[in-house]
Write a protein that binds this ligand. Structure first.
Ligand code: 6PG
Length: 479
């Protein structure tokens, strides 16, 4: 008998928590299915209050769902997702809805949505951010897919999403892969945010000699101001943690090689293909890569460089680092939103950037007080071409730029790597520059490849006869 209005396939921790969240909301009856029965059995036994309908087969799962059948797939991105989609397409009918809640690559989602749509079934790629805790208590949710699917899905997702400023952190991002695209950018910004915080920690630790626990207190203080965010909050927790086995700060016994599941790499690859700089995010990805080459680091250990680093005024340096962190964070978010704009133009999505900022204010890993400011900036001007130029952010980065420069200089002089701080400052200066050395690059390209150039004083495209009499000709005459 069809009794459930929503189903979840894939009952690892994220899927189980999402199912429990759904079941805890009025109006939902939840069907659950997992390829191996043991996870289903454990979930239903541990949570009788959820009153799950536990299916042993995909057929039973479909039969338990009222129409339009709606199922959220929570399995590891990749071949497993395709397998479950195929299974559901066998038992679902036109008008039903399949949601992929994993971290799928948006181009896979575009492909899947097109293929599934041919069966009359709706396919929705939905970014779900907030980790296992968020899945249970309220994630930020970024669904793509059709307007038809959103009609059914919207109220259900609104009921389980995090709430920020009284609003549910979910919105229909756009068609086909738009949701997974925006989730990918969220993860890219997450990488940049984490890298910037790590650089701030490293500079303070090495420049002031403060202990991890003392630096945790610094972050806790920062978390009361414009840097207030989930990542700053948990950083203080990680730095405060003592390792039970050794009694040392946990951060000092963790191997300093950062892993990644790949969403940051996707962000950079996609931004490069869209021709939009995401320098902070890219440096964060590169920093994880560099840290994971111990063999090269061992060989480089003997290379010359400064060793001692001690700042004269610890409090002043810590304040400089705070300002540099905030300015660099603004660059990272400005670049992330640029990439969303570029993706929307490329893939013909109508993405409301203010809505994206709004639903990132709660539930997701990058949730932060300053997302209210981003929401306000885009609500004030939906066509804003550069977030960093919005009045609030222009004032913030301009006010921080002297401290920012002092920190980048100090890091370079002390031989401390601060790639995200430095690249963000160069991006800021690149945008500000009245003339860029790109003019010289155009001259070089024209010299060896006759790739032509434009002039500042007249229309047209030109080429200099470098191997001839070095006169300039109109480009159309180069052949
Ligand atoms: C989230 C997180 C999550 C991400 C993990 C792993 O929004 O809940 O971004 O989706 O997959 O944090 O990220 P790594 O790429 O760092 O392993």
């Amino acid at each position: 008998m069809s009794q459930a209005n929503i189903g979840v396939v894939g009952l690892a921790v994220m899927g189980s928590n999402l199912a429990r969240n759904l079941a805890s909301r009025d109006g939902n009856r939840v069907a659950v299915y997992n390829r191996s029965w043991d996870k289903t059995e454990t979930l239903t036994a541990d949570h009788p209050e959820a009153n799950f309908i536990a299916a042993t087969t995909v057929q039973e799962f479909a039969a338990a769902l009222s129409k339009p059948r709606t199922a959220i797939i929570m399995v590891k991105a990749g071949a497993g997702t395709d397998a479950v989609i195929d299974q559901l397409c066998e038992v679902f009918e036109p008008g039903d809805i399949i949601v992929d809640g994993g971290n799928a690559l948006f181009t896979d989602t575009i492909r899947r949505e097109k293929a599934v749509r041919e069966t009359g079934i709706n396919f929705v790629g939905a970014g779900i951010s907030g980790g296992e805790e968020g899945a249970l208590t309220g994630p930020s949710i970024m669904p793509g897919g059709s307007a038809e699917a959103w009609e059914t899905l919207g109220p259900i997702l609104t009921g389980i999403a995090a709430i920020a400023e009284g609003e549910a952190c979910v919105t229909h991002i756009g068609t086909d892969g738009a949701g997974h695209f925006v989730k990918m950018i969220h993860n890219g910004i997450e990488y940049a945010d984490m890298q910037l915080i790590a650089e701030a920690y490293d500079l303070i630790r090495r420049g002031t000699g403060l202990s991890p626990a003392e630096i945790a207190d610094v972050f806790t203080e920062w978390n009361k101001g414009e840097l207030e965010s989930y990542l700053i909050e948990i950083t203080a927790e990680v730095l405060r943690q003592t390792d039970a086995a050794t009694g040392k700060p946990l951060v000092d016994v963790i191997v300093d090689q950062a892993g990644s599941k790949g969403t940051g790499v996707w962000t950079v690859q996609t931004a490069l293909s869209l021709g939009t700089p995401v320098s902070g995010i890219a440096e964060a990805v590169f920093a994880r890569g560099l840290s994971s080459h111990p063999e090269q680091r061992a060989l480089a250990g003997g290379l010359a460089g400064p060793s001692a680093f001690a700042v004269a005024d610890k409090d002043a340096f810590i304040e400089d680092v705070r300002q540099a962190l905030y300015a660099s964070k603004i660059v990272a978010y400005s670049q992330g939103f640029d990439a969303i704009r570029a993706g929307a133009a490329e893939y013909n999505w109508h993405i409301n950037l203010g809505e994206v900022a709004r639903i990132w204010r709660g539930g997701c890993i990058i949730r932060a007080q300053f997302l209210n400011r981003i929401t306000e900036a885009y609500r004030a001007d939906e066509t804003l071409a550069l977030l960093m130029a919005a009045p609030y952010f222009a004032k913030a980065v301009s006010g921080a730029q002297e401290a920012w420069r002092r920190v980048v200089i100090a890091a370079a002089q002390a031989g401390i790597p601060a790639p995200a701080f430095g690249s963000s400052l160069s991006y800021y200066d690149g945008l500000r520059a009245e003339r860029l050395p790109a003019a010289l690059v155009q001259g070089q390209r024209d010299f060896f490849g006759a790739h032509t150039y434009k002039r500042i004083d007249k229309a047209g495209t030109f080429h200099t006869l470098w191997s001839g009499n070095r006169t300039e000709i109109a480009a159309e005459d180069t052949h």
